[in-house]
Write a protein that binds this ligand. Structure first.
Ligand code: ADP
Length: 262
């Protein structure tokens, strides 16, 4: 399949009064349309920086980022190529109902049209939250809050989804099921998604392809395609397969440079 997103030799360093912090070094990667790609790497290696560059929040210092053939400056200016960003916390405002939270972006950008609000109501229905639309966020479970955050991201009809550790605020058990639930919803939409995580198990359970980054400044250490013979609906069933164990062992070796102790 044709790559929708290409990073060619991309490097980035932060500069401040204390000096320079190199975050990314000669990153090369390609993401094909409709795929679900996970990027794993040690904490502080530069994963969030990578998403900031792809979303156009930061310009690459060296190298080139192409999205649908356009450079980051051009695709960010193209209103048809929207990038949806899901963050570590859901940032739902407690003083607004779920529905009021979901239309906030449309309000702020003066896009509160009937077509757009109908679309949000459709997503609420599709994602099983319609009957909760007039509740406050605190009345929702962790999983429902993540679904609401996903609807808010989908409301702008993004072309590409960037997910920056969106499950990290959830406890382990909730995270296991919510991450599979959200990933399955995204997979059904056919959207291209790039998930940043420090959790190798999560990456292998959810993604079609896993990219392992080195420690800072990050470069690509290994890429691996992930394929299972069973459906991804049940994360526990996936984690019980021999294929999962094999992927985990191979990538763990790469992630830890073969060291078994800390
Ligand atoms: P990760 O997402 O993998 O945890 P980040 O991309 O957030 O890593 O950060 C990579 C490195 O860049 C870290 O060492 C971090 O301290 C540093 N860094 C991140 N943001 C800034 C900034 N605004 N100024 C200076 N250094 C930064």
């Amino acid at each position: 399949m044709q790559p929708i997103l290409s990073l060619r030799d991309v490097s980035y360093s932060y500069h401040n009064l204390k000096g320079e912090t190199p975050a990314l070094s000669h990153i090369n990667l390609q993401v094909s349309e409709g795929s679900f790609v996970a990027v794993v790497g040690p904490s502080g290696c530069g994963k969030s920086t990578l998403l900031s560059l792809i979303s156009g929040l930061l310009p690459p210092e060296d190298g080139e980022i192409l999205y649908r053939g356009l450079s980051s400056r051009d695709y960010c200016a193209d209103s048809a190529l929207k990038i949806g960003y899901m963050l570590q916390r859901d940032h739902l405002f407690e003083w607004r109902t779920v529905y009021q939270n979901l239309i906030l972006g449309l309000e702020l950008t003066h896009n509160l049209t009937k077509e757009n609000t109908d679309y949000i109501l459709k997503l609420l229905n599709d994602y099983g939250l319609y009957s909760f639309k007039d509740k406050k966020p605190s009345e929702l479970s962790g999983g429902m809050r993540q679904r609401a955050a996903l609807i808010r991201t989908m409301a702008i009809r993004p072309d590409l989804l960037l997910l920056d550790e969106p499950f990290s605020a959830l406890d382990f058990q909730t995270r296991l099921f919510v991450s599979a639930d959200i990933a399955n919803i995204i997979r059904k939409t056919g959207k291209t998604a790039l998930l940043i995580t420090h959790d190798l198990s999560e990456a292998i359970t959810l993604a079609d392809r896993v990219i392992v980054l080195s420690k800072r400044p990050a470069s690509v250490k290994r890429e691996m395609s992930i394929l299972y013979e069973i459906s991804r609906e049940d994360p526990l069933a996936i984690r019980s397969t021999a294929a999962y164990q094999e992927y985990f062992n191979q990538l763990w070796e790469v992630l830890t440079d073969g060291k078994t102790t800390v």
